[in-house]
Design a protein around this ligand. Structure first.
Ligand SMILES: Nc1nc2c(c(=O)[nH]1)N[C@H]1C(S)=C(S)[C@@H](COP(=O)(O)O)O[C@H]1N2
Ligand SMILES: [Mo]
Length: 392
């Protein structure tokens, strides 16, 4: 099955998903049913306030997840500079550098091209238990394939790198060895031409069937399905093709991960190699988001995010007992978040610790926090996330 679908296919597949849902006895949609109540988490810090209006980022309260797509007013939001307000009539997307025909497109030009949709779930690479995993969401994005626009314009043979600039900017430190420059910077990210030409990357103008909100990058953004949030450049202004690597702050300096490979992992161990990588595709992560109880018993709900590799399993562990297989929602798609549920039949009154772990078909297993301790920087934290709940 292709991960991107035309409108007609979406309709058809929507029906298929709905009929599958009706068949899946084990799966109940997480919207609270008659007489159902939430089982409270006891691990949420008193200071946790996902609705803090003065915060620069917006967190999703994952206890509220009750459908495949996050409503636009709840969708998490992160940005490094301002949130520019762009006049859609005056808007132009510029293609520059090593394209055969440098061109500007209006929104109408782009909308006139063949559009596709993708369900894309993603998280900020800084998402973790510290933010109660709230820097994550899943949306249905509509747009035009980046690859088809590039093919239409023609790419010069030497081009290797595709750089995406947002129209947001501000003064930032640019560090070179012991020197720090305070410079006006535009938000920029890049991918290789090879990745840009894959069928997934989308120049998207709609979220859940409506124009993007200002927070989510109105009027146009990049969506890189399967990649960490930072790749999804908002308020997209320019796509620039070049031969050299792009080394902007948000590509080469702010978004990288440092880990120890081999040896003991001690910082002084000569056998340990210190590997630094760019933040690109999502590492497999599962999260328990909510627990409910009612006439139909107790249910544990959660979601998995990853790079689109098919999943083998998601399991739930209760109070350090055996791992128990949870059930995937049949409405999940390749790049959506993958929702799961587990029917918890043997819960006893009192406090319990719950944790989940996802495994993909290549054998990639979501690590425990201890297993991830060789990662020295905080981004790309896909550690298992133990939760505490109180059964009354
Ligand atoms: N233009 C622009 N795009 C951006 C950013 C930004 O600061 N400027 N932040 C990135 C980061 S770090 C994340 S996690 C995602 C968040 O996407 P969302 O706000 O739609 O949830 O946007 C990315 N795109
Ligand atoms: Mo991010």
């Amino acid at each position: 099955m292709s991960e991107q679908v035309t409108r007609r296919e979406t309709l058809r597949r929507g029906l298929t998903a709905a009929s599958l849902l009706a068949l899946a006895a084990d799966w109940a949609t997480p919207a609270l049913a008659e007489g159902e109540t939430e089982v409270p988490f006891t691990d949420i810090p008193a200071t946790f306030n996902p609705n803090n209006p003065s915060a620069t980022s917006r967190l999703l309260d994952i206890r509220k997840i009750d459908g495949p797509f996050t409503p636009k007013e709840q969708f998490f939001a992160v940005q490094h500079f301002n949130r520019p307000e762009i006049d859609p009539a005056a808007f132009r997307l510029k293609f520059s550098g090593m394209v055969k025909k440098p061109t500007e497109f209006s929104l109408a030009d782009l909308r006139a091209m063949r559009s596709t949709e993708v369900g894309a779930g993603y998280e900020c690479s800084g998402n973790s238990g510290r933010s109660m995993q709230g820097l994550s969401s899943c949306g249905r994005f509509t747009g035009v394939r980046l690859s088809s626009v590039l093919k239409q314009l023609g790419v010069q043979p030497k081009a290797r790198e595709v750089v995406f600039f947002g129209s947001d900017h501000g003064v930032q430190d640019v560090v070179f060895r012991q020197q720090t420059f305070k410079l006006e910077q535009q938000f920029g990210r890049s991918v290789t031409l090879e990745n840009a030409m894959k069928p997934e990357p989308l120049l998207a103008w709609a979220l859940n069937g409506e124009p993007l909100t200002r927070e989510q990058g109105f009027p146009l953004r990049l969506i890189m399905p399967g990649w960490y949030g930072v790749a999804n450049v908002k308020w997209l202004a320019e796509v620039h093709l070049q031969e050299e690597r792009y080394l902007g702050n948000h590509q080469a300096r702010w978004y990288r991960t440092l880990r120890g490979v081999g040896g003991t992992g001690e910082t002084t161990d000569p056998q340990t190699q210190w590997v630094e990588n760019e933040v690109t595709r999502m590492h497999v992560k599962s999260v328990i988001a909510r627990v409910t109880q009612g006439a139909g018993g107790r249910q544990i709900f959660g979601f998995v995010l990853n790079d689109g590799t098919p999943l083998k399993s998601v399991e739930v562990q209760i109070d350090n007992g055996p791992w128990r297989k949870a059930t995937f929602d049949p409405a999940n798609t390749k790049y959506s978040w993958k929702r799961f549920s587990y029917r918890w039949d043997d819960a006893t009154p009192g406090e319990h610790t719950l944790v989940s772990r996802a495994t993909d078909v290549n054998g990639e297993v979501q690590p425990s926090a201890a297993e991830l301790s060789r990662k020295k920087t905080f981004l790309e934290d896909n550690a298992q996330f133990p939760r505490k709940v109180m059964i009354s």
